[in-house]
Design a binder for this molecule. Structure first.
Ligand SMILES: *Cc1c(COP(=O)(O)O)cnc(C)c1O
Length: 376
């Protein structure tokens, strides 16, 4: 099924669910048969629409979802999604809600472990599914290998929780220069898991790979992979980006055109000064929508009728101006800020950032429009 992109008269973020399905099929084609898939839908589905993305991914058969925080998991449950949901970084204040909504916590320290077990005891839980996270070098969240005996002892002692997975997270799976470090992380996770399983007497699911590890370390799929950015169409490499399709297209429209004289200035602080007779276009999209001020002053650009047009002056809260001198365009014409032809990677690189930051910065003020424009 296809249905074309919208012909918009306002700023919208088009979410192409067929592109999401395409990316899912591409990524799963890289997996060993039987490997489970956890789809990461945190941060509003990397800025897309977490519920719409999750519903599509559930139809495609993903085994698990993951979010960062409890409220993100609650939004999935409110929408009727019944697939298991891992909360990557739950806060103890929200353990009660987490249990009420059948979300599954990451336990990453003694403090969090104890706090969760006592919250689950209070709610008379038995074998409540929990996920044990190990720090193998990212130094962000996780138990160390020296905690194994404590963890096993405490898991064996209680009937309240049961470890359904053991996992770790790679620091630099996209960076070939760090191959040696990554292999060391993988081996350390393998050793830790073997020891835990041997001492525990049963085998929780093992998972460590994010999108780039699926591609660069296929030998380390373990039982499940966790993919985020790849599902949304970005693969942290030029080669992979060719196989993936951006799910999000940020579109807007020209609100007003100005003809200005040499020496006239544009925008706040008069940051842009016309060199000759010039034509500018104002677009209803600003830093409150997620277009950083760092993209102003000709660092970033937009596409109008397929032409790359620089952003001039300072990006305002609700709008930005571009230089359309010599460009055949008029008020009401479509403007593309990011998508297939100007990717989140290109625009992010211009401001020294990464696709992840640009996509997740697109604020909730921007209307999301669901479409299926990629043929499938
Ligand atoms: C966000 C996140 C992922 C997803 O990583 P991608 O590079 O987007 O595939 C996987 N695991 C953890 C722990 C994460 O926080």
């Amino acid at each position: 099924m296809t249905s074309g992109g919208s012909n918009t008269k306002e700023t919208v973020l088009e979410i192409d669910l067929n592109a999401l399905a395409h990316n899912y099929r591409y990524l799963t084609s890289k997996l060993n048969p039987g490997t489970k898939v956890m789809a990461i839908v945190k941060a509003f589905g990397y800025g897309s629409d977490a519920v719409q993305a999750a519903e599509e991914l559930a139809r495609l058969g993903v085994d698990y979802f993951a979010v960062a925080y409890v409220n993100e998991g609650v939004a999935l449950r409110d929408a009727g999604i019944e697939t298991p949901v891992l909360v990557l970084h739950p806060q103890p204040d929200n353990f009660e809600i987490l249990i009420d909504r059948c979300l599954e916590p990451t336990l990453y320290s003694n403090r969090i472990f104890k706090a969760f077990v006592s919250a689950a005891e209070e709610k008379a839980q038995e074998n409540y599914p929990v996920h044990i996270k190990f720090n193998t070098g990212l130094n962000r969240l996780g138990f160390l290998d020296t905690d194994i005996d404590w963890i096993v002892e405490n898991l064996v002692r209680t009937k309240t929780v049961k470890a359904v997975s053991l996992f770790s997270h790679l620091a630099a799976s996209e960076d070939i220069q760090e191959r040696e470090f990554t292999l060391q992380q993988i081996n350390q996770f393998r050793r830790i898991s073997e020891e835990v399983i041997q001492k525990l007497g049963y085998s929780p699911l093992l998972h460590q790979s994010n999108t780039s590890a699926i591609i660069n370390y296929p030998e380390a799929n373990f039982d499940m992979v966790r993919t985020g950015i790849g599902l949304y169409g970005y693969g942290n490499s030029e080669v992979e980006d060719k196989h993936l399709k951006p799910v999000a297209t940020l579109k807007s429209v020209i609100s007003q055109i100005h003809e200005i004289e040499p020496g006239e200035t544009v925008g706040y602080n008069r940051a842009y000064r016309a060199k000759g007779h010039e034509k500018t276009a104002t677009i209803p999209l600003g830093h409150a929508d997620g277009i950083s001020r760092q993209l102003g002053n000709e660092i970033g650009s937009v596409l109008i009728h397929g032409k790359k047009i620089p952003i001039i002056g300072n990006v305002c809260m609700d709008m930005l101006m571009v230089n359309v001198t010599g460009v055949d365009c008029k008020e009401g014409d479509e403007v593309i800020i990011l998508g297939e032809n100007q990717t989140a990677v290109e625009l992010a690189e211009a401001m020294g950032s990464i696709s992840y930051e640009l996509l997740t910065a697109i604020s909730q003020r921007v209307k999301r429009v669901i479409c299926r424009k990629t043929p499938c």
